[in-house]
Ligand binder design. Sequence first.
Ligand code: GRF
Length: 216
Amino acid sequence: MARRLKLGVLISGRGSNLQALIDAAAAGDWPAEIALVVSNKADAAGLARAEAAGIPTCVLSHRGHPDRASFDATMTAALVAAGVDLVCLAGFMRLLSPEFVEAWHDRLINIHPSLLPSFRGLHAHEQALEAGVRFTGCTVHFVRAEMDDGPIIVQAAVPVLQDDTAETLAARVLQAEHRCYPQAVRWIAEGRVRISGSRALVADAPANEDFLVSPG
Ligand code: GRF
């Protein structure tokens, strides 16, 4: 197989999306590998997932860094040293400096648990329930300076059920996240994603012309 795209995955916690990427990489025909996992929390459960898979990890604390830009510069140095081509944010709970976003322009992606541009920021599921939408979902997108903004690579729509709580909805959306993140990475690694202005276009993406109705 051709050279696999090298990923740097940034986490702060549970790491279930990291696990979905680890599982995809283990499957064999996935054109990417995880070169480094960076956490800003020493107790992030995701670190154990990386270690179990034999992936190098790096814990960076904001202590010892005078400001956000210097923390991010340390992070960039670690990612570059590991030969990272693409940075994947996977529940990384720190704002990124403009310098970091610029340094990794078009090589930095994020997963967010809503259909962006709806429900940016924290508590996306509570926001969706409060708004009374019939569908929410998840989005994988390139990162831009604004939070939860940037060209969309893939989205999954997930129905909101009448008796959903934020927890039950989050669990259903998370299953969709675990499918979408490896898919988006695959398309990028295969060279099929082209950015055109505010849009990301995926070559030869299977079209889904179905519509969903909720309540069904
Ligand atoms: C996910 O819901 C992701 O969309 C959001 O943060 C959560 C991280 O979960 N950005 P996990 O750490 O991947 O399990």
